[in-house]
Design a protein around this ligand. Sequence first.
Ligand SMILES: O=P(O)(O)OC[C@H]1O[C@H](OP(=O)(O)OP(=O)(O)O)[C@H](O)[C@@H]1O
Ligand SMILES: Nc1ncnc2[nH]cnc12
Length: 169
Amino acid sequence: MNIESLVRTIPDFPKKGISYKDITPLLQDYKVMEYCVKKFAEQIDSPIDKVVGIESRGFFFATLLAKELKAGFVPIRKSGKLPYNTLKEPYDLEYGQDELEIHEDAILKGEKVLIHDDVLATGGTAKAACNLVERLEGEIIQCNFLIELTFLEGKNQLEGKEILSLIKY
Ligand SMILES: O=P(O)(O)OC[C@H]1O[C@H](OP(=O)(O)OP(=O)(O)O)[C@H](O)[C@@H]1O
Ligand SMILES: Nc1ncnc2[nH]cnc12
């Protein structure tokens, strides 16, 4: 299946100079979503306790993947959205700055964690997510992404982590 053809590139969104990868066409077909979930799942060879999805586009596949892997789902959200006690991590992204949060009881010490997001760009977001999981003493088994913008070298931020991306630009 050619999933790359279902990613739409929007020039100068949300800021001039950014070539935005829009995954919404890919989400419109449940067979494509099934295919992606299968592709992710077949490259995870140890049991997973929690799949962590990063707000907001990371949530789409993280919940599907959690169900497929018979794991729990944990949201990492942007500042001020989670209602209970949280841990916070500031981060930089390709077009700005923000802060991510996780509930303090979302991951138990030693739990095996898969981190998912739609896009790995500069890696700031994924790195902050890894820091949050590791502060809760979760063990990160893999970080996976639908899309990796290799020219931004986000992988360098995730040294020592297993990384999987279905589509690379
Ligand atoms: O590797 P980085 O340079 O950190 O960028 C990747 C992040 O940027 C996008 O999220 P965005 O902050 O645009 O939020 P959204 O998912 O809510 O649209 C994307 O979904 C990743 O989370
Ligand atoms: N170019 C891009 N397209 C979509 N999401 C992104 N997140 C960071 N950079 C992005």
